[in-house]
Design a protein around this ligand. Structure first.
Ligand code: MLT
Ligand code: ZN
Length: 479
């Protein structure tokens, strides 16, 4: 498999500029700079050009030209990847492709509960447009003000409402994709039933731009909930959280949209570093959950349902204390306690991140075993295992020991990652539940993925992108 030239011929760059026209590219170092470093600052790449095409036709022409010249193409959405999936490599032989000019909502059909949107549209813009039409687009996550639909689809994003609505893949009805040879795959249909052979569009969701460029999507909308009930509850243990999840679901059914775990260590960090964040309780507890139910019953009914199940759980020793949000301000304050954890952990100092999932009922054992393992490996380091308990997905992160040397701590990253991911493998879990592979986890995929699945992935990559021009070096090590 040819890797592509290390540099781009000046004539090819000129041809790309001509094709894109004025306003269709960036080529000045200061303008390009923000596209070169990933969100976590793990990588710093190089490129002579950021392409900003204005239409699917232009994307197709650009891809054709790059295919002729064997120039690598690195699609980049809001640049919020946790795995360096949207950052060019250091050679300077790849162009970055941003669809930020392709950000239109092409059609919103409230009666069909669907919306057709271009890949460069920011998530929050789509959420607002849906709400304006009395509909819900349920994908919700911390970076919603900057992440784009193309990035969400390419990484099959998760977020905080997966329990009720599923990951991005489950929200898709149709896709438009430019293939690595410049052909346009037009599956931009809004059908809910379509059993016509292989579901080709699914290949591009979660492929992180390695199989083609998603240019537009037709997505599902949902009825806009009329009310919500939100609680922040203090619990004695992770096991209690798992038991509570099961009770809440059987009492409130599909109205449960969010069930997020906030361990005591995470609440400490948030209260220390985030302005305006306060602990809702007088005493400190081992862990907390943020629970939200949304629905169509009037607010008091939903709240009393949640209150009743929390009270029963308290009687069974699963809940130590709980507060139900009595205003939208209080609801926002509870959400802030959860959503500020990544920022608070960053402000605390060096940290090592893992994005794992195991079957929910096995999470308490996993946490216990993982905590002991990490304490043995890096004594004094603080485990901050928080996140989407309702999906069996935790961000199993470690913060530098208080007063510890950050560089010495970060130097242990590989060892710690191996220990955590080996444990995940023993639990038959996933080492990347929602953040994808990007560049950061290429070796992990090669190591832990089923060899047959890996061979199928490589076959697909070779068949669609024989020259290896689409997001080279991401997801798969060797095609
Ligand atoms: C979250 O759930 O907050 C995000 O996935 C970010 C993170 O991993 O910290
Ligand atoms: Zn997450």
């Amino acid at each position: 498999m040819p890797a592509g030239p290390a540099t781009i011929r000046p004539e090819a760059l000129d041809a790309l500029r001509d094709l894109l026209g004025p306003g269709g590219y960036l080529d000045q170092p200061a303008d390009i700079e923000p596209f070169l470093t990933d969100f976590r600052r793990l990588y710093h790449g190089a490129t002579p050009l950021v392409a900003l095409p204005a239409s699917t036709g232009q994307v197709a022409e650009l891809v054709r030209l790059c295919a002729q010249e064997r120039i690598g193409i690195v699609p980049q959405g809001g640049n919020t990847s946790y795995c360096g999936g949207a950052t060019p490599r250091e050679s300077g032989g790849e162009v970055v492709l941003s669809l930020r000019r392709m950000n239109r909502i092409r059609a919103l059909d409230p009666s069909n509960y669907s919306v057709t949107v271009e890949a460069g549209c920011v998530l929050a813009t789509l959420q607002d447009a849906a709400e304006h039409s009395e509909r819900l687009f349920p994908m919700s996550l911390g970076s919603e003000g900057s992440c784009t639909i193309g990035g969400l689809l390419s990484t099959n994003a998760g977020g905080t409402a997966v329990l009720r609505y599923g990951m991005m893949r489950e929200l898709v009805l149709g896709l438009e994709v430019v293939l690595p040879d410049g052909r346009v795959l037009d599956q931009l249909r809004s059908l809910r039933k379509d059993n016509t052979g292989y579901d080709v569009k699914q290949l591009f969701i979660g492929a992180e731009g390695t199989l083609g460029v998603i240019t537009a999507a037709c997505l599902k909308l949902f009825p806009l909930p009329r009310g919500h009930a939100t609680a922040f509850a203090a619990l004695p243990s992770a096991q209690a959280a798992v038991d509570l999840l099961s009770r809440v679901r059987s009492a409130l059914g599909d109205s449960v949209t969010t069930f997020e775990l906030v361990p005591g260590a995470a609440l400490d960090l948030v209260c220390r570093h985030i302005e305006g964040a306060t602990d809702p309780f007088d005493a400190r507890h081992p862990c907390y959950v943020l629970v939200e139910a949304t629905g169509f019953a009037p607010d008091p009914e939903l709240s009393s349902g949640l209150e009743a199940v929390l009270a029963e759980a308290a009687g069974a020793g699963l809940v130590r204390d709980a507060v139900l949000a009595s205003s939208s301000r209080q609801r926002e304050a509870f959400w802030k306690l959860r959503e500020s954890i990544p920022e608070a952990q960053t402000r605390e100092g060096a940290s090592l991140k893992h994005d794992i999932s195991v079957a929910s009922q096995r999470l308490p054992d996993f946490i216990e075993e993982g905590a002991a393992l990490l304490e043995h490996l890096v004594p004094g380091a603080r485990l901050v295992a928080y996140g989407h308990l309702g999906d069996g997905n935790l961000h199993f992160n470690l913060s530098v020991p208080p007063g510890g040397d950050p560089q010495a701590f970060l130097a242990r990253a590989g060892e710690v990652r191996r220990a955590v991911h080996d444990l995940v493998a023993r639990y038959r879990g996933s080492f990347s539940a929602e953040h994808g592979i990007g560049r950061y986890k290429v070796g992990e995929l090669a190591r832990y993925e089923d060899p047959v699945a890996l061979a199928v992935m490589r076959d697909i990559k070779r068949s669609l992108d024989p020259q290896g021009i689409m997001n080279p070096g991401k997801v798969l090590d060797a095609p």
